[in-house]
Design a protein around this ligand. Structure first.
Ligand SMILES: Nc1ncnc2c1ncn2[C@@H]1O[C@H](COP(=O)(O)OP(=O)(O)OP(=O)(O)O)[C@@H](O)[C@H]1O
Ligand SMILES: [Mg+2]
Length: 381
């Protein structure tokens, strides 16, 4: 039991880790996408700046050529221009040359920056597309893995429940044996012991006091009758032989008559359809469901009216047992506890084994309804 719990814990942790890893990969892809966008924005800015600076460089170049030309003319026509004109032309040409060189350097730097950004953008796009493909591949793989593990975990829960049920059934069998042993010990065994004592007494008295012997024999007969009745009841509880001798319906009728006798509750039995031959194991299941349901009603429900409905249809038998008792909240039944009630659980297990269906509908204060449907013919292996 512990191993299954441990395994289940490991599986659940693994599923958690898978979920977290999925999110982390998603974050990586998201980060790469954001980086791309950032580089694209910066590249656009740098591209515009480059265009602008190229334009400025071209313009400066023209101005610079034109200023050099002017300097040449001024220098050659000393008659027309004075010294000051020459100096101005010279300074302008020099100034424009410096400006041109500075702008040209700026232009080269921007072009360098642009190609760096273009290279980074290419790399970043590659990373994004790899991350995106990873997200989808890992997503699918992890989806499968996670789903598979969850399924496994559910199956483990199921196995654990079955293990618990197995232990409960063994306990129940033991309890049942103890109960039968106690019943035989307190009832028939006690009576038989009395019978032996009384027979010995009769033996001693037979010559001396025939009248008392007659009386003792009478009480002896009564003792034998009571113990026979007890033995019959014990046998009946173990397995009603009338199931084999008389069939299902008369056995159920008898059981209900007896129940009414003991509890004074109103039980109505309704049979629909043509009772057809059921596999013995299915017959026993129907009987046990009625027996356990009525025992539960007697023990827990405090009901006034009880209906037992049996319906034979083409390939199955339907069974409804309803009471108007106090009902219960299924969520509160600690079915998973080892020591909890096993009546409802073993009913369910019995029906499951026969490929049938069982449903318990109960609301506190509004009574309980048990629906069961069992196939008529069962392959008993
Ligand atoms: N007809 C009913 N009316 C009210 N409560 C019910 C009815 N049937 C079952 N219950 C509730 O469901 C619980 C589980 O029933 P279940 O038959 O499994 O166990 P149990 O009767 O307590 O014990 P066991 O059957 O093992 O002797 C009961 O303890 C009771 O609280
Ligand atoms: Mg019960």
């Amino acid at each position: 039991m512990l191993k299954i719990d441990r395994l289940n814990e490991i599986i659940k942790n693994t599923v958690d880790v898978i979920e977290k890893s999925k999110n982390e990969i998603f974050d990586i892809a998201e980060g790469a996408r954001r980086e791309c966008k950032h580089i694209e924005d910066e590249l656009n800015l740098v591209r515009n700046q480059t265009l602008e600076i190229i334009r400025q460089v071209d313009e400066l170049k023209l101005q610079e050529v034109e200023s050099r030309h002017r300097l040449m003319i001024v220098s050659k026509n000393i008659k027309e221009f004075n010294e000051n004109d020459i100096r101005i032309a010279y300074e302008r040409a020099k100034d424009l040359q410096i400006q041109f060189i500075i702008k040209q350097t700026e232009e080269q730097q921007l072009i360098q920056k642009r190609s760096d950004l273009e290279r980074r953008l290419k790399l970043s796009r590659e990373t994004t597309s790899k991350a995106e493909s990873l997200v989808s591949k890992v997503g699918v793989a992890m989806g499968y893995l996670g789903g598979g593990l969850m399924e496994l975990s559910e199956q483990l829960d199921d196995i654990r429940e079955k293990q618990t049920l197995g232990i409960k059934i063994i306990k129940a069998q033991e309890e049942e044996r103890k109960r039968v042993a106690r019943e035989i010990h307190d009832g028939p065994a006690q009576l038989m012991a009395n019978l032996v004592i009384k027979t010995e007494l009769c033996e001693k008295l037979v010559d001396k006091n025939p009248i008392q012997v007659k009386m003792e024999l009478n009480s002896l007969k009564e003792l034998a009758r009571v113990s026979l009745k007890d033995v019959r009841k014990i046998i009946y509880d173990l397995r009603p032989m009338s199931l084999d001798d008389l069939g299902l319906i008369p056995t159920v009728q008898r059981f209900i008559a007896n129940y009414i006798d003991e509890t004074k509750q109103n039980v109505e039995l309704l049979v629909f359809g043509e009772p057809s031959a059921l596999a013995p194991i299915a017959e026993l299941a129907v009987f046990r469901i009625i027996q356990e349901s009525l025992n539960n009603i007697r023990k827990h429900a405090h009901a006034k009216y009880i209906h037992v409905k049996l319906e034979f249809i083409a390939e199955s038998i339907k069974l409804i047992i309803s009471d108007d008792g106090k009902g219960f909240d299924k969520g509160n039944v600690k079915s998973k506890d080892i020591d909890g009630g096993y009546g409802l659980l073993s009913m369910k297990e019995r029906v499951d084994l026969l490929n049938g269906k069982l449903e318990v509908i109960s609301t506190p204060g509004k009574g309980t309804k048990i629906f069961a449907s069992i196939p008529l013919q069962i392959n008993e292996g």
